[in-house]
Design a protein around this ligand. Structure first.
Ligand SMILES: Cc1cc2nc3c(=O)[nH]c(=O)nc-3n(C[C@H](O)[C@H](O)[C@H](O)COP(=O)(O)OP(=O)(O)OC[C@H]3O[C@@H](n4cnc5c(N)ncnc54)[C@H](O)[C@@H]3O)c2cc1C
Ligand code: SF4
Length: 323
């Protein structure tokens, strides 16, 4: 592993100043994504800015019906928070499905959203990648998944992002060039090598979840090891039921593209009863949004089929529960 300086700032402002806008620095939160990647030499750093002790980032604040969640809140704290369980239980549900208990005790909301994209040819030891001549995302010049492609198809695999997307969350970012608030969706790009639209030194401060009255929401994923794994496909659904119709519907996916995304085109389903035609259209919309490549040991077509199935199952369950 490369030699590293670890710096411990006292405030968000100091963290940003220590980071600077140049190359070589990285924020360290729980370290459960970053440290394995540094050890494998697939991510590089000369200095780590340890933001895990910053009280400013650790607060969960309920404001009337909305919720403000600090980026440094751990996934375990998210699962156990009364305010989260009351106002956005979907977040506790999604956080509980991240990795294993020890990862959730250290891993944070910010680190979960900002985690690197993943691929079978990339998340390997240095000696494995040396023997396989590396790949375009790190030190090589060819994509092993799509050798003629000039882009990387590594998958975004965070569990919180789809949940936050269907809840309509916004994020507060602070950085060397100023502060901004934007919809969570604006953070992500469809590019496995540059999937975060962040300037160097930008720090995620908090996530804001608007009021959810009248909405029912859920998250499900499939994974290889049920107790401790990234999603091969993950689906979040939020819906509002009125009588025997679904008045509004949002679906978001993870683990299947280089970014977590809301499935477009679902407005056409608003106001319909969830019958055969509804589910056929939902399945078509979900599959159309998904572009899984052979970047895991699982067949890409399987992930697409499963994502459609998860969406249907969740809609049926939430619709019944909203009776
Ligand atoms: C065996 C294993 C299984 C896993 N399974 C899952 C899983 O099922 N689902 C899942 O989603 N994840 C999984 N993970 C990944 C990881 O544990 C979680 O995503 C965790 O929430 C990451 O948070 P962290 O605080 O540890 O991030 P870190 O490792 O500290 O940081 C990750 C990245 O985010 C950046 N970062 C952190 N905080 C901020 C901030 N506030 N602003 C800007 N940048 C920031 C860091 O610089 C780094 O680039 C798994 C990891 C392992 C090792
Ligand atoms: S999709 Fe291609 S370039 Fe991206 S990590 Fe995988 S093999 Fe490398």
């Amino acid at each position: 592993m490369q030699a590293l300086a670890i710096l411990k700032p006292d405030s968000v402002a100091q963290a940003i100043a220590l980071h600077g806008a140049g190359e070589g620095a990285r924020y360290l939160a729980g370290g459960t994504d970053l440290v394995p990647n540094l050890r494998r030499n697939i991510q590089k750093a000369q200095k780590l800015i340890d933001i895990s002790g910053l009280a400013e980032l650790r607060e969960i604040r309920a404001e009337s019906q909305s919720l403000r969640i600090g980026a440094g809140v751990t996934l375990e704290e998210l699962c156990e928070s009364e305010a989260v369980r009351r106002q956005a239980p979907l977040l506790a549900q999604a956080a509980a499905q991240v990795a294993g208990p020890t990862h959730r005790a250290a891993g944070t909301v910010g680190g979960n959203l900002m985690q690197d994209t993943r691929c079978y040819f990339y998340n390997q030891s240095d000696w494995w990648r040396t023997a396989n001549e590396y790949c375009m995302k790190c030190e090589g010049d060819t994509c092993r998944v799509a050798p003629k492609s000039d882009r990387c198809y590594a998958c975004y695999s965070g569990d919180l992002a789809p949940a936050l997307l269907v809840l309509g969350a916004e994020v507060d970012i602070a950085g060397p060039t100023g502060n901004r608030r934007e919809p969570l969706a604006a953070l992500f790009a469809d590019d496995g090598m540059r999937h975060l639209k962040l300037a160097p030194g930008d720090l995620l401060v908090s996530v804001d979840v608007p009021p959810q009255a009248g909405w029912s929401a859920g998250y499900e994923k499939i994974r290889v090891r049920g107790a401790i794994d990234f999603p091969l496909a993950g689906i979040a659904v939020a819906l509002r039921r009125e009588g025997d119709r679904i008045a509004e519907l949002r679906v978001a996916c993870t683990g299947v593209n280089s970014y977590p995304g809301l499935v477009p085109g679902l407005d056409a389903l608003a106001g319909q009863a969830p019958g055969d035609a509804f589910f056929a259209a939902l399945d078509k919309a979900v599959r159309k949004e998904i572009q899984p490549m052979e970047s895991t040991l699982t067949a890409a077509g399987y992930r697409r089929r499963v994502a459609g199935g998860l969406a249907k199952r969740l809609v049926e369950r939430l619709y019944e529960a909203a009776r």
